[in-house]
Ligand binder design. Structure first.
Ligand code: ATP
Ligand SMILES: Nc1ccn([C@@H]2O[C@H](COP(=O)(O)O)[C@@H](O)[C@H]2O)c(=O)n1
Length: 230
């Protein structure tokens, strides 16, 4: 692929493989991967740890002033990991305790403004693959390539269950299913930047695709998007 860089926006439902695809693409293209969901999870962690009442706008405003988010590569794997005020929180934010509250926090307007401003800054120089819920519609409405991912709910639940069970054998499949359904509902029905397919996004349903198959498919699209952008 040429040296010209584009931005790639990947949106979709919970646990449908967005970050798997985004990481694969970033590695292959030598782009920067940004997990926008990790930013909302990090803010939720801060709010929970500091007992912030997120129904109170003043408290939210004060709390956001004390939150510094950054992404740094893991020294062994090279994977981008999120830091909250210099603490690596990549592992802790994946817990179901955070997943239970994150969609409520992510629906709050000042929280979204705080995160979106930083996300847009990160994409200014291009060469970014960002995944989330509003990347193609709000964060990078001019992204050269937009993907909207989906997969059957049973497949998504099973994939996420396997991942969480490895960390916590007490977790049940019902809990995981309820969480994914709840987040999908809140994310697609909230007032500010709800989860929507951008009109110009390409839909990838990976219910029956392996990670390598989905990568091959999308790399072709990337080649075409780069050609179109020059
Ligand atoms: N094509 C695929 N086939 C099988 N498993 C997959 C595929 N893509 C991703 N997975 C697995 O599904 C799980 C969820 O994937 P991933 O974390 O990439 O989803 P996500 O959409 O980024 O989730 P979230 O919305 O919670 O951030 C992971 O365990 C991942 O390894
Ligand atoms: N652009 C985004 C990304 C995420 N969210 C919210 O964060 C939650 C967690 O995201 P994951 O990708 O880690 O699952 C998600 O359920 C959304 O509530 C968002 O609003 N916008």
């Amino acid at each position: 692929m040429g040296t010209e860089k584009i931005n790639i926006a990947i949106d979709g439902f919970s646990s449908c493989g967005k970050s798997t695809l985004a990481k694969q693409l970033a590695k292959k293209l030598n782009y920067t991967y940004i997990d926008s969901g990790a930013m909302y999870r990090a803010i939720t962690l801060y709010f929970l740890r500091n007992h912030i009442d997120w129904t109170d706008e003043d408290e939210i405003g004060d709390a956001l002033k004390n939150i510094n988010l950054s992404f740094q590569p893991n020294s062994k794997t090279g994977d981008s990991e999120i830091y909250l005020n210099d603490e690596n929180i990549e592992y802790v934010i994946r817990d179901l305790v955070i997943a239970e509250k994150v969609s409520e926090v992510a629906a709050i307007r000042p929280v979204r403004e705080f995160a979106v401003k930083q996300q847009q800054e990160m994409g200014k120089l291009k060469g970014v693959v960002m995944d989330g819920r509003d990347i193609g519609t709000t964060v990078f409405p001019d992204a050269e390539l937009k993907i909207f991912m989906t997969a059957d709910i049973t497949v998504r639940v099973e994939r996420r269950f396997q991942e969480l069970y490895a960390k916590n054998p007490n977790i049940t499949i019902e809990e995981v299913k309820a969480n994914l359904e709840m987040r999908d509902y809140i994310d697609s029905h909230r007032e500010h930047s709800p989860l929507r397919k951008a009109a110009d996004a390409l839909v990838i349903d990976n219910t029956n695709l392996t990670p390598s198959e989905q990568l091959i498919k999308v790399l072709e699209e990337c080649k075409m998007a780069v050609k179109k952008s020059v």
